[in-house]
Design a protein around this ligand. Structure first.
Ligand code: DP6
Length: 332
């Protein structure tokens, strides 16, 4: 009853921002994303009678029982134990190859990896769609990390959430030249986490209804752009959609301004480079890091220019990556 999985993170091209059901983690709106090749979580789960309690170690640090993080992981394991009809406690060890909670979607790869490893360790044989629904219960964006390449997470209409799942738009090999350069401008933990941030936005942002009214058009454009390999359509739509989401964050009370000076410097630079003929677009989540959307041919020039911007600490170039999978090497 032991299994290990590897799940890549994903970055939304059109964002998920808001829940319509907190318990089932159903979104107010659909979203699309690219699964990243080089930012991932590896998780080993073992269920065994020899464990007196659940224990979780994340990046070498033990999560203390009673903390919010511990309870979240335990709740997720309870769901899986219930499905599988088992009662053994679990030992879980997890490793990210990037900073946790700094706007690099660690909860996406984290809950996707946990779901895949724990389901397998519990003896469940779930389809990718079922695994995406299970991952969704841990964190919304994790729904999309189950599949590779380009993914849509459908909003769904049903109250039980059975139609709020990951769907394949295109495989990683369908557009191998597509790139995202992740720029790390700060490794500090973010002030307001997504879960709390989106709830506040729904509560009092006067423009949230306008966000919901325009998201579907963006999703259709991104899907069309991916299918036709129109880089301009995908990039422009993703950038526009990200700015609309941030407009709702900024106009929530109290305001959530995730951008740092370097975030804004990169945005200005990208807009200026585009005028000069170097085509790239930006997108940001609930954090200061900028993900630069570009094509393979422009990566060397963009990386060089990005590193010259004050405050840019590191860049990581990501290709479209694979979906979550079981691997043979256990962490313990
Ligand atoms: C801005 O999936 O981290 O990155 O569902 O509450 O766990 P919970 O939130 P999370 O939110 C992601 C928000 C986002 C946009 C996106 O990835 O679509």
């Amino acid at each position: 009853m032991k299994a290990t999985s590897k799940a890549n993170s994903n970055i939304a091209l059109t964002k998920y921002w808001g829940k319509r059901d907190k318990k089932l983690m159903l979104p107010q709106n659909g979203s699309t994303s690219m699964t990243l090749s080089d930012l991932y979580t590896i998780t080993t789960v073992e269920f065994d009678k020899k464990y007196d309690a659940d224990s979780f170690v994340l990046d070498g640090e033990t999560l203390e029982a009673g903390t919010k993080e511990y309870d979240k992981v335990k709740k997720h394991l309870d769901l899986i134990r219930e499905k599988a009809g088992i009662s053994e406690n679990a030992r879980v060890e997890s490793k990210n190859n990037f900073p946790t909670a700094a706007g690099l979607a660690s909860s996406a790869s984290g809950f996707a990896a946990l779901s895949v490893a724990a389901a397998k360790a519990a003896g469940l044989d779930l389809s990718p769609q079922e695994l995406s629904i299970l991952s969704r219960r841990g964190s919304g964006s994790a729904t999309r990390s189950i599949l590779g390449g380009f993914v849509e997470w459908t909003r769904g209409e049903k109250d039980d959430g059975s139609d709020s799942v990951a769907k394949q738009i295109a495989l990683a090999k369908d557009w191998p030249e597509f790139r995202m350069i992740t720029t790390i401008v700060s490794t500090a933990q973010k002030k307001v986490k997504s879960t709390a941030g989106m709830a506040k936005t729904i509560e009092n942002c006067p423009y949230y209804k306008d966000w919901l009214a325009t998201v579907n058009e963006d999703i259709e454009n991104v899907k069309k752009g991916i299918k036709e390999k129109s880089f301009t359509l995908v990039g422009e739509t993703a950038q526009y959609n990200c700015l609309k989401m941030h407009a709702t964050m900024i106009t929530t009370r109290p305001p959530m301004i995730y951008w740092m000076p370097a975030t804004i410097a990169i945005m200005h630079a990208i807009l200026a480079w585009k005028e000069e003929g170097l085509e790239a677009y930006f997108t940001m989540d609930a954090g200061p890091q900028v993900k630069v959307i570009c094509l393979e041919k422009d990566v060397p020039e963009l990386e060089k220019k990005l590193k010259e911007i004050e405050g840019v600490q590191k860049t990581v170039v990501c290709k479209p990556g694979d979906g979550a999978k079981i691997i043979e090497e256990h962490l313990f």
